[in-house]
Design a protein around this ligand. Structure first.
Ligand code: ATP
Length: 438
């Protein structure tokens, strides 16, 4: 059997559209640059990603969750450094007006868009935060920002969570939510968009312990990506050198995945010191100190280890990794999305062999029963082979075929997506059988 991995991102873009994973936003109006809509299967996959992250990060005895507002007091972003520092250097091509990040394009070379030489403007700093206005008056006093990261919603709630949950260090606060960045050069499908979802956790620790917790979280987070099925040879750590460190960090490490477009960051793990809490304490005038009862009631600002993963980017990695083209050019050719069952948008497809009431009706009853536990699809149209191919392409791990024998033996054929092996399973045992394979 021949197997090819995903080589060209366009193949995934077209599968995503064809099968209802991801559509261009506002497509009927010609689309909106770098904005994407998750379709019926995409939203299932995304919800599953979020659920696995949420469970692994908050179903522990030392991490609580929050869901903070996207709009925050504007001083938050002065304190965090985003108003002054969240900038990229921007250059324009004077000829074709295309815009590039000065750090991502060779300014001495011809414009990659129109080929004109020496056509770039001087680099100027461009703030990536989206601005809007709160209330009916559009003046400087009413400016608010769409949050460029979810982290600050956690820092400003540090004391609320610590006191209401009676937390002692070390403990963490986790959040999933939308973030917005007016990226100069978005692209590569959902790799870099202007609206995306982050899954972040800030772990508050005693100053001086950051090295050991950084190491611990590095391993935990790497394992999460492996558990999502990503192949180890396509994952690596990228430690930040001194020149790459963000203004808030004393150490940082990315987890990178080898996409068809090359290696790219999926997650950042940052040792943020007490930078953020210190800034918020100063700008708000509120005392954010932690009182360490174990250490003689000493008062101090905790240090922070942050894990920050893009939901959309890790979903893209999962899709790229799951994609297989088997037996290209032969009768047995198929595209199969080998999602781990816990991530697969549809877990079970119920396929009545023929569209006759004596099969269709009990098969539909079986579907209703399975739907109590699993996200299922019911498909009666086309040959069974075609129906299997469709389920392969959307990554459904189990196809359950209801045939004439079922009426006598009360058993169905379960086909495994990856091995294509078929097994006869009694309907009474079906739920337990599927659960055991998940
Ligand atoms: P990059 O260098 O790619 O711009 P970053 O270092 O600015 O990313 P962080 O601020 O550390 O990224 O954000 C954490 C995670 O959020 C990233 O690892 C990525 O998965 C995700 N992310 C950041 N920017 C975007 C974006 N524009 N589109 C999609 N996901 C993003």
């Amino acid at each position: 059997m021949s197997v090819e991995n995903l080589k060209d991102m366009n193949d995934l873009v077209s599968l995503s559209k064809r099968r209802g994973f991801i559509f261009q936003s506002s497509e009927i109006y010609g689309g909106l640059g770098s904005c994407w809509d998750y379709g019926p299967l995409g939203v299932e996959l995304k919800n599953n990603m979020k659920e696995t992250w949420w469970k692994s990060m908050t179903y522990r005895d030392d991490v609580d969750g929050v869901d903070a507002s996207i709009l925050m007091h504007p001083t938050t972003w002065k304190a965090s450094g985003h108003v002054d520092n969240f900038t990229d250097p921007l250059v324009d091509c004077k000829q074709c007006k295309a815009r590039f990040r000065a750090d991502k394009v060779d300014i001495a070379a011809p414009c990659p868009s129109c080929g004109t030489k020496n056509s770039f403007t001087e680099p100027r700093l461009f703030n990536l935060m989206f601005q809007t206005f709160m209330g009916p008056v559009q003046d400087t006093a009413s400016v608010v920002y769409l949050r460029p990261e979810t982290a600050q919603g956690i820092f400003v709630n540090f004391l609320n969570v610590q006191s209401t949950m009676r937390r002692k260090l070390p403990f963490g606060i986790a959040q999933i939510g939308k973030a917005f960045r007016n990226e100069i050069t978005p692209g590569n499908f959902i790799f870099r968009t202007r609206e995306f979802e982050q899954m972040e956790m800030q772990y508050f620790i005693k100053p001086g312990t950051q090295k050991e917790f950084m190491e611990e979280w590095k391993q935990i987070r790497y394992q999460w990506h492996l558990d999502n099925g990503l192949r180890p040879e396509k994952l690596r750590f990228h430690p930040h050198g001194p020149g790459e460190l963000a203004h808030y960090a004393d150490a940082a490490m990315d987890i990178e995945y080898e996409f068809p477009i090359g290696w790219g960051e999926m997650e950042g793990i940052h040792s943020r010191t007490d930078f953020d809490l210190k800034q918020h304490q100063e700008f708000s005038g509120k005392n954010l100190n932690y009182v360490d009862q174990i250490d003689g009631n000493k008062k101090y600002l905790p240090y922070v280890i942050e894990t920050s993963v893009g939901c959309d980017r890790s979903l893209l990695a999962v899709m790229c990794d799951a994609y297989r083209l088997e037996n290209k050019g032969t009768e047995e050719e198929r595209i199969v999305m080998k999602f781990k069952p816990h991530l697969a948008p549809i877990k079970v497809a119920v396929l009545p062999l023929v569209k006759k009431p004596e099969i269709d009706e009990p098969a539909y009853k079986l579907l209703k029963d399975l739907q109590k536990n699993f996200k299922c699809e019911y498909d009666t149209s086309g040959s069974i082979g075609k129906r299997y191919r469709r389920q392969d392409e959307i990554g459904t791990p189990f196809c359950v075929t209801f045939d004439f024998d079922t009426l006598n033996d009360n058993a169905v054929t379960v086909r495994d997506r990856d091995t294509m092996k078929q097994e006869r399973v009694s309907i009474d045992q079906l739920k337990a059988y599927i659960q055991s394979k998940m």
